[in-house]
Design a protein around this ligand. Structure first.
Ligand SMILES: NC(=O)c1ccc[n+]([C@@H]2O[C@H](COP(=O)([O-])OP(=O)(O)OC[C@H]3O[C@@H](n4cnc5c(N)ncnc54)[C@H](OP(=O)(O)O)[C@@H]3O)[C@@H](O)[C@H]2O)c1
Length: 346
């Protein structure tokens, strides 16, 4: 893997995000069957699907990579097809459409609803619990990696080192509760049908077009105040997260395995903001008092399985700063990492 000094275009970013680890290529050589990514059209899915395609090609294996979504945003479907991903338009909430999907031995489930869950609670529960139930039933003969979130835990202090997989869940608010619901439904149906699964509890992926670092950097660059009530976060480069998602296909079990996926260190928002201030030569305006309670996950188990993430925090900070300086494209989707009451309004 050639790690670039800077990333200056979306094309370069997309190409780099889709570079497989050597061990991902090796795993793809041993994995049997096609891969289907459900909910592929979001922030992570396209790069995951392309990574799966590239890793399979490098492994010299003949396999289909299916990308399934409603494709609400135009352009994503064509882009995926151009990368060799076979796209299928499907609303997973419609069991008839789901039932008509082709079989696949390997499924990665990424669909869900977080932003705007306040005000559309019934839809949030539909997407985060009923749809997972449909998927677990439809693909009961597959192995399934289920994207979940560190929000299923309670908030913890920095001194704990982050929640471990063995800690009891303590979800706050409807979104987090519905995510625990997603896990429980998969767990139950995995036991009923002997379907191997893995619950992939992710904390904050970093792409340059969205993510916690972009949120902080943009505030510094635009002289906006940064609320440091939540001063501690975990992050991981999206390419590292996606390689880990594919590698997780080899670690599914009955009952489903649980895995925290994030970087090894706890990042201070204050320190990162000051670093962006230094790079941009800007004053940093902070507000609020840290409460020393936030969503932090202990990633030791995934690091034991897959090694340290390849991309360091320093490098992500540097790339993000350069991305902003050269006017790189951003999605305009803030992570809202400061939310502690579980109310994701937008
Ligand atoms: N990104 C992160 O840092 C992060 C952190 C923690 C957890 N996660 C979880 O990881 C998963 C993937 O992350 P993400 O950031 O890529 O999420 P995302 O941007 O919300 O993407 C999920 C995609 O699923 C599709 N989808 C939703 N409902 C669907 C339905 N009924 N039928 C078919 N497709 C549907 C949507 O595309 P269409 O509208 O085109 O169907 C949506 O873009 C999510 O479950 C997320 O909550 C992500």
């Amino acid at each position: 893997m050639n790690i670039p000094d800077i990333i200056s275009s979306e094309e370069q970013l997309d190409t780099f995000l889709a570079e497989p680890y050597p061990e991902t290529v090796k795993m793809m050589r041993n994995l049997k069957g096609d891969i289907m990514i459900l909910g592929v059209a979001g922030k992570m899915g396209p790069s995951l699907a392309r990574l799966a395609r590239n890793a399979t090609n490098e492994a010299g294996i003949d396999r289909s990579i299916f990308g399934v979504s409603r494709f609400s945003n135009s352009g994503v479907q064509d882009q995926l097809e151009s990368w060799g991903v076979e796209t299928i338009q499907c609303d997973l909430a419609n069991y008839g459409e789901l039932a008509a999907l082709p079989d696949a031995e390997n499924v990665i489930f990424m669909a869900g609803k977080k932003f705007g869950s306040v005000g559309s609670e019934p839809e949030t529960w539909l997407l985060n619990t009923l749809v997972p139930g449909y998927v677990a039933k439809r693909f009961q003969k597959s192995r399934i990696v289920v994207f979940s979130t560190g929000c299923v835990y309670d908030l913890v202090s920095r001194e704990t080192g982050g929640s471990k997989e063995s800690d009891p869940p303590g979800p706050i608010g409807e979104y987090a509760n519905s995510c625990l619901g997603r896990e429980r439904i998969f767990e139950y149906l995995s036991g009923q049908s002997n379907t191997p699964g893995l619950l992939f509890r992710l904390n904050y992926a970093i792409d340059l077009r969205y993510g916690v670092l972009l949120d902080i950097a943009q505030s510094v660059y635009e002289n906006r105040e940064i609320d440091i009530t939540v001063d501690d976060v975990n992050i991981i480069w999206q390419g590292d997260a996606n390689n880990r998602a594919l590698l997780s296909l080899a670690h599914t079990s009955v009952p489903p395995a649980v895995l925290n996926v994030t970087g090894p260190e706890i990042i201070s928002v204050t320190k990162v903001a000051r670093e962006f201030g230094r790079i941009f030569n800007k004053d940093v305006r902070l507000s609020g008092t840290p409460i020393n309670r936030s969503y932090l996950s202990n990633a030791s188990q995934s690091i034991r399985l897959f090694g340290e993430p390849r991309i360091s925090v320093d490098r992500m900070v540097h790339w993000t700063a350069e991305w902003i300086r050269c006017g790189g494209y951003v999605y305009g989707k803030p992570t809202m990492f400061q939310i502690t009451d579980g109310n994701y309004l937008q």
